[in-house]
Design a protein around this ligand. Structure first.
Ligand code: S3P
Length: 436
């Protein structure tokens, strides 16, 4: 694909069904591989990241069959995985690497986990430290980076106060906790997405929640930790993918967009509350609940956005939406300021630097800070099309494709196919819905 060109549009209108949620797809696939018997996962994510997870659990001995969005995984119980001769390749996916690390620490065989160049630059000490405390042996480059060599076995339970708000770290420790002799608890400094907790319950494992603390009991010592059993589950649509279309529809005044079957888990919807508080016309219709996850439809119309400051505990709840929110900044009345978000520097790219660089390429006024950025609003002038460098980061590519719809002239996204990490159909859908 190489470069993709986005021309300005008048509106984003019609109907859209986003791919299955990436976070939930990873968890369902991993738990299905640890469960007894067959699982059927419908509307499974089309993201390359989730395909990486399927290939890893397949290499570990689970039977995996895929027909488009229907994925069938047959596991042989929590002790039923077998070692893979080859390194397990998580590709670009931090969730695959960190969550699988938790599972592999509980296995009586050695494993190597690796990933692409970007993933090999992302910090892994945050999972290595607690997993070592549970008794696993882990070797890593500079004690922090993949490839990870993991030697697991029966683990000790852990009470872990997480130093950063990370659902991946929380999940890695809870998954390792399934292989510990007793109760493992994680407390988080700020609330993060709770899909692991809900997925464990969906597969039959009790989870205790008290305030900011979550606990699971070990499964393999026969002390009442429950049993993982194969299930039939439907994955809700990915709100973090839908957000690019929500933003596009808000930006273009004549838009009227209906998005079907979107996951509305309250640990993910902070972005909708924020956009609504800035004046965005966003309406949720027919919400429903299945397996603890809420799903609904979203109606979005073109709106004037006020802008504002994003900081504190909400940051963890809209961490993946910050690239899109920052790229909306120049189209808002007051601009957008992001604080307390230094985690953005260790995502698929250094997102603070990538946002500042590309916003400036389009003519925005931006101040980059160690833990965020300030993007000036409309008064600083209209954006113009430019050549965008996404640094291999899917969310940067998609955020600037959306900004390009409302800029003057054409915007060219380099290495545009990196969007496939989470949303392979993104450009096709954008072109289908764009009215010119
Ligand atoms: C995810 C957690 C978040 C998020 C990532 C998916 C998950 O990462 O940014 O895209 O599925 O648990 P952190 O745990 O690093 O915050």
């Amino acid at each position: 694909m190489g470069k993709h060109t986005v021309e300005p549009a008048r509106a984003i209108s019609g109907g859209l069904e986003p791919p299955g949620d990436k976070s939930i797809s990873h968890r369902y696939a991993m738990l299905a591989a640890l469960a007894e018997g067959p699982s059927e996962l419908r509307h499974f994510s089309s993201a390359a990241d989730c395909q990486s997870t399927l290939e890893c659990v397949g290499a570990l001995g689970a039977e995996v069959r895929r027909e488009k969005e229907l994925v069938c995984v047959t596991g042989h119980g929590p002790r039923g995985l077998r070692g893979s001769k080859r390194a397990l390749d998580a590709g670009n996916s931090g969730t695959t690497m960190r969550l699988l690390a938790g599972i592999l620490c509980g296995q009586k065989f050695a494993s190597t986990l690796t990933g692409d160049a970007s993933l090999q630059r992302r910090p892994m000490r945050r999972v290595i430290a607690p997993l070592r405390e549970m008794g696993a042996e882990i070797k890593a480059r500079e004690d922090n980076f993949a490839p990870l060599e993991i030697r697991g076995g029966d683990l000790r339970p852990l009470e872990y106060a997480m130093p950063m708000a990370s659902a991946q770290v929380k999940s890695a420790v809870l998954l390792a906790g399934l292989f510990a002799d007793g109760t493992t608890s994680v407390s988080e400094p700020a609330r993060t997405r709770d899909h692991t907790e809900l997925a464990l319950e969906a597969f039959g494992v009790p989870v205790e929640k008290r305030g900011r603390m979550v606990s699971v009991h070990g499964l393999v010592f026969g002390k009442g930790g429950g049993r993982l059993e194969g299930r039939q589950l439907e994955v809700p649509g990915d709100l973090s993918s839908a957000v690019f279309f929500i933003a596009a529809a808000l930006l273009l005044p004549e838009s009227n967009l209906l998005i079907h079957n979107v996951g509305l888990n309250p640990t993910r919807t902070a972005v909708l509350d924020l956009l609504a508080s800035m004046g965005g016309a966003i309406r949720i219709v027919s919400p429903r609940v299945a397996n603890g996850e809420i799903t609904g439809d979203i109606v979005v119309r073109g709106s004037e956005l006020k802008g504002g400051v994003i900081e504190g505990e909400t940051v963890a709840l809209l961490i993946d939406e910050l690239p899109m929110l920052a790229a909306l900044g120049p189209f808002t009345e007051e601009g957008i300021e992001i604080r307390d978000a230094k985690e953005l520097r260790v995502k698929e790219s250094d997102r603070i630097a990538a946002l500042a660089e590309n916003l400036k390429r389009m003519g925005a006024r931006v101040e980059e800070r160690p833990d965020g950025l300030r993007v000036e609003g409309r008064a600083a002038g209209r954006l113009h099309g430019a050549e965008i460098e996404p640094h291999g980061d899917h969310r940067i590519a998609m955020a600037f494709a959306v900004a390009g719809l409302a800029a003057e002239g054409a915007t060219r996204i380099r290495d545009a196919e990196c969007a496939g990490v989470s949303y392979p159909e993104f450009y096709k859908e954008l072109e289908r819905l764009a009215e010119r």
